[in-house]
Structure formats: C-alpha cells, structure tokens
Design a binder for this molecule. Structure first.
Ligand SMILES: [Cu+2]
Length: 674
C-alpha cells in the first residue's frame, strides 16, 4: 500500500545545493512501516523505544525515541549505512546539517559517522547538543572538513538521558566556502560522476515523465503496458516531489499509455492520444490509437478534458511552436494503421482545431517522430522515431507547416536502423545544431548501432554529417560490446554546463540492456565515458534533468512484460568540483521576449541559461532545449539578455541556471517566459 504524503509549504531558505538526505521527513515507509533509509542504532545498557510519530513538523511523519531508563550508551535513528541512503561527501568539504526537533531531555546530541574507504564505517564526531524544547525548534550545525578517504557519512540525533526526542525534516547541504581552482578531491566522481539507486520505488509504471513548473514530476503509466490493467480500466499516474521525496497517486481518466505530451505556455501539460485497445488475441487488430486529449494542471494535480483530436494517435509526438500553439503528428490511429493527420492545438481557443482548419500534407511521420522547432518557425524531422523502418526517402525532412511543403534532408546514416534513436537540439539553441544518436530496428532485430549524426539547421541547405561513434558498454554478464554494436532506446539529457549526458539503452528492443553512459561536448565534438547506471534502462525508460542539476532515470519494460520500478539519480562531475554558485535574487519571474532581466548571484559566474523542463518518453523529447542568456556582469548583479525570437525559446516555464567558469551550475530558479 502506497503511503501518500501531501507536500506542505517548506519555510526553509533556498540553498545552493541539493539536500543530500534521502527520505528526510520520514514520509517514505518501507517494511514494518519503518522509514526507508533509516535504521535503529545505539549501544550500551539502557531502555528505549523507537516509533514513527504523527507529531510531524511537515508531512505526516516524524521520528520518535523515548528512553525510559538510562544507563550506559545511547540510542539513535541514523541514516542507513549504504550507498543508496548515506549522503555521499567530498573530503575537505564542510556540510551544513539541519533538522527540526522537540526533546524533553538535555541529553540529545547530533552524532555523525563516516565511511572510510579503507576501514569501513566508524564513529566520527558529536556535533551539537540540542537544548530542551517542548515545541518544534530548528537547529543547524556545520561539520568540520570531511577527512581524507571518506566517501559517505551518516548522522542522526543520539539520546542518552530519560525523555522523549522527536525529529523531522533533516537537511544536509554542501556548505564549502566558494573556492576556485582548487580542483576536485572526490576521486573518480570528479570525472565520472556518481549514480545512486534510490531506496524506494516508483508507485506507477513510469512510461512518461513531465517535469512540472513547480519542480515536481508527473509520471504517467495509463494501463502501463499491462493488458489486465487495461481490461480492468485501471489507469494510473503519480506526481513525485524530488525535494520531499514523496509520491502522490493521481486519478487518471483514460489510458494515456503511449500518449504524447508537451507543456503549454501557462505550464499546463497537454496530453494527447494514448491507447484505445491492446492487440486482439485473434490477430484481428493491433494497438489502436485513442483520440482523447487532456490538460494536466500542476496547481491542482488534476486532468481536465479538452476536445478530441481529429484522429486517434498511439505514439504521437507534440512540438510547441513559438506562438504557444502545438503541432502533433504520427502514431497509430483507431484502426491500428499509421495516422497521416497533422493535429493543431490552438492556445487561444484552448482546443484542437477541426480538420478543415489544419494544413495537411497527409504525410506519415512514423511513431514518436522527433519534430524539432527551428529558429525560423519551421520544423525539422530528425529521423528519430520508434518501431521498424524509417519513413521513405532520406529518412529526414524539413517541414514548413505554413507553406505546407516538405524538403528532404540528406546525410542521415543507415536511415532504416534509427528506430529508437534519440535526437536533441544541442546547447545553445542559438547554434541550431542537432545530434541524433544510435538506433536499431525492431522488425529485423539487428544489433543497435553506434552511429551519431550532426546537422546545422542554420545552413542554407542543412545536411547531416557523421559524428563520432558512441562509446561501447557492457551487456548483462559483463561482455563488452564489439564492432558496430551500440544502443537503442538511448537517452540524451541537456545539462546546464552545455554538455549532453548520453545514458541507458539496449542492444535490442526490450532486451540486452547496455551499461554505458557518456558526456557529449558540443564544442569538442567528443563523447567521454562516465559512470553507468547499474539499472537497465531500455523500452519505456526515460532520463531527464532535475532542477537541482542532477539527472533522474526511471522505467524499463523488458520483453518478459515486467517493469523495473527502481529510480536512479546521477550526480554529474560538476557537483563534485568545488562550491556551486547561487542565484540569490531574481528581479522578476515573469519574463518577456527581448527584455533584459536582472538577477543577483553570490559570486562570479560565466554563463546563464534557460533549460526547458523535460516532457520525455521512448527516447523522445523534441522540445528539449538550452537557450543561452548573454550576460553583462556588474559585480554580482547580472543583466541577462532574453532572446526576442520565440522560436528559439517557445513560451513557458524554464529553469534558469547560472554556471561558473569551471562549469559548476547553480540550482535552478523557475522563470516564466512569454
Ligand atoms: Cu510504448
């Protein structure tokens, strides 16, 4: 049974880094209704009882320890000593610890353990005795510099006198004073980053992921590729709060399994199509596309129906235009054949236009065709799609909706083996360069390839050219890929340092996951291997940027029909490379095209950028983009130049990052561009 927790407003100030404590408010309960990532600890001769208390500071739970007989030693609730739960730390850094507490005994003290890379877990230090308080008090303490050879710590509050201690809302931030040029002391994390498998699972089959304007994450399963759930009419989705680490399951009105999705200018999520039927046992029909459409409102966490599409669409893609309208294409229609109907959502009328008001070329663009908006307002079909051969011709086109014309683009390598490839508009969007990576073919079941292709869309005649080959990884069992073996269902994630994380995927459709990740540098045109996610991420998986600068990966639906509910989080090398800059104020969060915006920061930064929040599924997020904001600095006050071209940054909510000269980004602030 899933424990629901409604996030309450958190009065804490913003911090420059992510909270390193997992399950900080005890909202995630595991076996025995005990908080995941917390363990009962202590030593000596005394009598005490642990319990999860409803006397919470925020959320629903708090941690209570009552000592009825003191003697020797202590009792404490500690973060569990494993890599999923214990905060990872960097030697030499200092950390600011915080919590809310009530205690009736003066014998309560914040206690810290460290994990020595040679000698294992050991007691490190006591940090602060907590004054008696009958109501919730907030306390914080800074650690000494972390000793050498320490990669993780745990901490908690020890009680060693008779009384009751209640604690909640633990925080831990890297508080290292700003230093530049001192380099990274975190070992391999400095170049490879670190993956963490979270200690709790998604409550739903997270096939679709949309990052919302409030920093929470909509995860949509619909029937979740489970015909029994479909037959029972059981459709699910959930909203995950990555700060509180809580899930809220959302009533879901239709089977949005393999639908399309895109954020509108106001932050609502437009969801289109989905699954009207699973294939019939007698083979009389295949998957059938749904023609219904909904808006998901992040303010109320509800779906509101809008008018139907003109056609059914299972596996459609949707691209927001510079005027805030949406063009959608592709997928299978109600009779299981490919839909050739372009669909146009008018933001002004909040509805899909009737067929006679939509320009049509009656072209078939495939399933989840990657349609990227160009700076001139036309679209680029990159060649990335799902299931079988590509469209006929060269497999890639320029498409002008207004003039209703299509121009083929040459140069895409091996165009019929780009099924389940991924494309991304490279940072910055102003350069108009697209990268397409990998792919295979579900019908012929060839090994997925290592091809990458680059194109400059601002050229007079844009033409793909071959890029460097993808690095190779290992498959299950540990064998290393050879020859031309690469990946399909690969994910590409734009990062605030202007690079692109390439992660996940498999050698074949729904099987043979490949364990490999790399960092693509658009300036050097190189892929540099980094640490790999240890969870397989193939069919129905997604990876996406979090507002705190980490990357989350979720989902995997192998051929046996199972679904991997684990959640991975990647901390890129930039999170280990010195202190992070901080956005200390934003003049306004309502931004307009062509304006100059003022923000203040805590120290010198190099760049500022807007990154559009993810709306990703099936290696497809054609709206993903990083828009550079030219900076004029006057001390710590920055004037940011906002593009006057809405086609470079379609209207909506964006994550504003600042990044220092070493590529270390701030945590994002949300701004609304219209
Ligand atoms: Cu699917």
């Amino acid at each position: 049974m899933l424990v629901l927790a409604l996030g309450l407003a958190n009065a804490r100030p913003a911090h420059a880094s992510a909270n390193l404590v997992v399950n900080p408010g005890f909202e995630q309960l595991g076996s025995g209704n005990w908080p995941v990532c917390w363990e009962q600890s202590g030593w000596g001769s005394n009598t005490a009882a642990f319990s999860v208390s409803s006397q919470s500071n925020t959320g629903s739970h708090a941690m209570q320890i009552t000592m009825t007989a003191a003697g020797t030693g202590d009792r404490k609730a500690m973060m569990t000593e494993n890599s999923s739960c214990a905060p990872a730390v960097t030697p030499g850094h200092q950390y600011l610890l915080g919590l809310d507490y009530m205690t009736s005994t003066p014998d309560s003290v914040v206690t810290m353990f460290r994990h020595d890379t040679q000698n294992g877990w050991q007691y490190w230090t006591d940090l602060k005795t907590l004054p008696v308080s009958a109501t919730y008090a907030q306390t914080s303490v800074e650690t000494p510099a972390i000793p050498a050879n320490t990669d993780m710590v745990t901490w908690g509050v020890s009680i060693y006198g008779v009384g009751t201690l209640v604690t909640d809302d633990y925080t831990m931030y890297d508080a290292t004073a700003a230093v530049t040029g001192t380099g990274c002391s975190a070992g391999t994390a400095c170049t490879a980053g670190v993956w963490q498998t979270l200690p709790f699972n998604s409550p739903v089959r997270s096939i679709h992921v949309v990052l919302l304007k409030n920093g929470k994450i909509l995860m949509v399963a619909g029937s979740g590729n489970d015909p029994n759930a479909f037959a029972a009419g059981t459709f699910t989705s959930a909203v995950y709060d990555p700060v509180a680490e809580t899930f809220q399951v959302i009533p879901t009105p239709s089977d949005m399994f393999c639908s399309g999705h895109v954020q509108l200018a106001n932050g609502d999520v437009l969801i289109l199509g989905g699954n009207a039927a699973y294939p019939a046992a007698d083979g009389s029909h295949g998957y059938e596309g749904l023609n219904s459409s909904y808006l998901f409102d992040p303010d109320t966490n509800t779906y509101v129906k809008v008018n139907n599409l003109n056609d059914g669409h299972w596996y459609p893609s949707a691209t927001e235009l510079g005027n805030g309208d949406v063009l959608a294409f592709g997928g299978l229609k109600a009779d299981s054949t490919g839909s050739v109907t372009a669909e146009y959502f008018s933001a002004a009328s909040n509805s899909w236009l009737p067929l006679n008001q939509v320009n049509q070329t009656w072209s078939y663009w495939g399933l989840y065709p990657a349609m990227i908006l160009r700076q001139d307002g036309t679209l680029f079909y990159t060649g990335s799609h799902v299931f079988g051969n590509n469209i006929s011709g060269t497999g890639s086109d320029l498409y002008n909706y207004t003039t209703n014309t299509i121009t083929s683009v040459s140069g895409l390598q091996d165009k019929d083996n780009r099924d389940q490839s991924m494309s991304v508009l490279l940072p910055p969007a102003q350069n108009q360069e697209v990268l397409t990576v990998g792919g295979g073919n579900v019908s012929t079941n060839v090994d997925a390839n290592r091809d990458t292709d680059l194109i400059n869309l601002s050229a007079a005649t844009p033409t793909y050219t071959a890029g460097p080959q993808l690095p190779q990884g290992t498959v299950t069992g540990g064998a290393t890929e050879t020859g031309t073996q690469g990946k399909m269902y690969v994910s590409l994630v734009v990062l605030p340092n202007g690079k692109v994380l390439e992660t996940g995927g498999g050698l074949h459709d729904r099987e043979d996951p490949v364990y490999e990740a790399s960092m693509y540098d658009p300036i050097a045109n190189t892929f540099t291997p980094v640490a790999a996610d240890q969870v397989p991420r193939t069919y129905h998986s997604s990876a996406f940027l979090l507002p705190d600068g980490r990357v989350m990966a979720i989902g995997n639906n192998p051929g046996d029909g199972s679904f991997d509910m684990r959640v991975s989080v990647y901390s890129p090398p930039y999170l280990f490379d010195g202190a992070r800059p901080q956005i200390t104020s934003v003049g306004s969060t309502e931004w307009h095209y062509g304006s100059t915006q003022t923000v203040t920061v805590d120290r010198t930064v190099g760049t500022a950028e807007l990154i559009r929040p993810a709306a990703v599924t099936h290696s497809s997020d054609p709206n993903q983009r990083y828009v550079a904001l030219p900076v004029t600095a006057n001390g710590n006050t920055l004037s940011l130049n906002v593009t006057s071209n809405p086609n470079l940054a379609p209207p909506g909510w964006y994550m504003l990052f600042v990044t220092d000269a070493n590529g270390v980004p701030s945590v994002a602030t949300w701004v609304h561009l219209t």
